[in-house]
Each structure stands twice: as C-alpha cells, then as structure tokens.
Design a protein around this ligand. Structure first.
Ligand code: ATP
Length: 216
C-alpha cells in the first residue's frame, strides 16, 4: 500500500497571493501529494501582529484557494491560543494522518534561513520531512546553526524522501518561480498601486470591498 502524502505550507498569508497558491499547486504535482494544508498562522511567533485579523486572512485564503483540487485552507492554528508553533501543527497533522503517512513541512528558502531560531526545530524533523522551495529573490548562505541542524538529512529526490515518514530534507525548484511577496502587495495597496495579477481576483475583490491594507 502506498502511504498518504500530505504537506503543510504555513504562513501569515497577509494576504495570500499567487506566489503562495501557484507554489502549493506545483508542490502537490511534484511530490504527488494527496493534500496540501495551507495553515494560516494565528499570532506568528517571529513577527509583529498583522493588522488584518487572523479570521480575515483565513477567509482570503479560502477565497484564493476556491475549488483548487487538493488545497485546503486550514484553520487549526487559529483555534489554538497563544503563539502558533509549527511543531504543534505538525503533531496535530501527524495524529490525524497516522504514523505511516508521509508528512512534509514545506517552506520558502527565506523562511528556511531562519529555521534554527524556531521553537524546537529538531522536533520538526521527528514529525515531518522538510521541503524547501527555492525563491528567486533569496540567495543568502545558510547560518552555521542551520547547517548543523540539517546535517545528514538532505536527500536528492522525491522517492528517496518518501521512503520514510519523516526526517529528511529536500530542496526543490518549482517550475514557476514568482517573485511576489505579501510585503510588496501590502505596500502597493497602501500606496494606491495596482495589485492586478498578483492575487486571485476573488481575493483582490474582497480586499477592496472591505478596504483592507489600504492605509499605511
Ligand atoms: P511577507 O512578505 O509578509 O513576509 P510572504 O509573501 O513571504 O510574506 P508568508 O505568508 O510569510 O508570505 O509566506 C508563507 C510561506 O510561503 C513561506 O514559507 C514563504 O517562504 C512562502 N512564499 C511566500 N511567497 C512565495 C513565493 N512568491 N513563491 C514561493 N513561496 C513563497
């Protein structure tokens, strides 16, 4: 029996944009994933509180995903009190899918560079594989603590990664690499510049309807 393959792509999604969504779809294709849980962070531990409420960010995520097969807007971090730690989210997914499921935590290279500063980073590898998505605009060398954390974990292909339920590291370059960031989207909205084709239309519509991000 082949084991289920499930990924978590966490983020602030403040707001979700086509870089996130296209990456999630391509990741699903590349790794033959059954499901990609896009998990909106409640209070992200490593950054200031976003001005748009977590519920609103989740709603934008839901709208952005629409009926895309295999993608799920996952509210589980919003249901927990206090800071959202990815290790707790992975533990909850592990419980849901079982010990043999192939569980992946996917993250962009920018987020990967800060991984050693996260809450219990080595626990992440006990619970899941890490898949790092190359981002065209982030090329910094890895910090020493990160090199130590990933020592001996890197594999060179999807099937090798999925021989075990967790513990490996794979770096991937997805076919469509988009240099879109939520920071840029927020700046554009606040300065009255267009965000057309950076976000799904449904997300753009709701942002204007609700006047989100429009003031600095
Ligand atoms: P911000 O600019 O506010 O920091 P962001 O656009 O990087 O936001 P996040 O919500 O912080 O978005 O990102 C969630 C995850 O998606 C992270 O792992 C991040 O690396 C990844 N990601 C963000 N933008 C892209 C993109 N254009 N292509 C691929 N991955 C991305």
């Amino acid at each position: 029996m082949t084991q289920r393959r499930v990924a978590m792509l966490g983020g602030t999604f403040d707001p979700v944009h086509l870089g996130h969504l296209r990456s999630a779809v391509e990741l699903r294709e590349l790794l033959s994933l059954d499901r990609v849980h896009m998990v909106a962070a409640g209070v992200p531990p490593l950054r200031g509180e976003p001005r748009v409420t977590p519920e609103e960010r989740l709603e934008l995520l839901r709208l952005g995903i629409g009926d895309t097969p295999g993608l799920v807007a996952d509210p589980r971090e919003l249901r927990r009190d206090g800071p959202s730690f990815s290790a707790d989210t992975l533990a909850s997914l592990r419980q849901e899918y079982g010990a043999e499921a192939r569980l992946v935590m996917a993250l962009g290279h920018d987020a990967f560079l800060r991984l050693a500063d996260w809450h219990s980073p080595s626990r992440l590898f006990e619970l899941a594989h890490l898949v790092v998505i190359d981002r065209p605009d982030f090329k910094a060398p890895l910090p020493a603590a990160l090199v130590e954390l990933i020592r001996g974990r890197e594999v060179d292909g999807v099937e090798t990664l999925f021989e075990a339920p967790s513990g490996g590291l794979l770096r991937v370059a997805l076919p469509t690499r988009m240099a879109i960031s939520a920071t840029d989207v927020r700046h554009r909205l606040a300065s009255g510049a267009t965000v057309r084709y950076l976000l799904p239309e449904s997300v753009e519509e709701r942002i204007y309807e609700r006047k989100l991000y429009l003031v600095q």
